[in-house]
Design a protein around this ligand. Sequence first.
Ligand code: ATP
Ligand code: MG
Length: 312
Amino acid sequence: MAISTKPTGAEPPAGGEPYPRPTVSRPAGTKPTAMPAVAEPAPAQDWPAPAQDWPAPAQDRIVLSRVTKTFPNVGTPALDKVDLAIPRGSFFTVIGPSGAGKSTLLRVLAGLAKPDAGEVSIFGEPPAEASRRKHLGWVPQSPALLPWRSVLDNVRLPLQVNRRAPCQPRDPERILALLGLGEALDRLPAQLSGGMRQRVAIARAFAFAPAVLLMDEPFGALDEMTREHVAHLLLELWQAERPTVVFVTHSVSEAVVLSDQVSVMGKGKLSEPVDIALPRPRPEGIEDTEAFHGLQRELRAQLREAFAAPGD
Ligand SMILES: Nc1ncnc2c1ncn2[C@@H]1O[C@H](COP(=O)(O)OP(=O)(O)OP(=O)(O)O)[C@@H](O)[C@H]1O
Ligand SMILES: [Mg+2]
């Protein structure tokens, strides 16, 4: 498949409306009803053609096409002919063993590593261009906060440094309040818990209103209860703002709670994504449902295969 990497003329606004998904919403517990009768239907020949909205056009998807990356002196490719399409506004997660290529995938998406072969398109733009135009946000495993700046000033920093960037930043105080840090605006990083610091890093990435958030094990350093809490807050914020998220984790349950789709990576190869067909917003207690357990089982089985894949 040939993927155009040229920037499109119709540039979507950063943090703009997510790609409209073909969903039907109705009140919980009600049955679908017949379409209301149309008083005077238009003649058949005048009816609009069926919407050609799937697969989404290039400007509404992140696309990797046969992307390969091999590091010198490493026998196995870090990325081995990876094909992937992520619709705008969705939450996509990659899980897999250590050394499988997950961080390399994020680095390629961020324009920080150049593939040896294949093409990458971020909503129709090459990653370097998307990065230059501040369409990409990065949340690292450990939050790199400036110790002498307050919580609020840390979140404001990229907005101040990139004053002329073509984006419509969000209100840092509002984002911090959504993440439960409304009372901690004036504190210094040293006065925060690990979970609070990680939330500041998430707020900093969100405040820039990037179209894409790349998150590499952002909760890896947190204890289980804290990471569940922060993941929950991330989910609420994502639900409100709907950036496209590419998320890496080692936790299967975290992947299922958060994601629309999860792919397992092993030895540089990405599995066919598993659709996480659970309701949004995720209802309380979703982790205890059979649907949730079934998805976990499916992903764990794929993970076992990825761990068992022969080495080089
Ligand atoms: N800069 C580099 N130079 C050489 N080899 C590298 C480099 N970066 C990654 N690799 C190799 O590429 C492979 C994939 O690494 P990557 O960091 O993407 O794995 P990962 O899935 O993120 O692992 P982890 O879960 O431990 O973070 C590994 O074999 C690693 O040694
Ligand atoms: Mg990694």
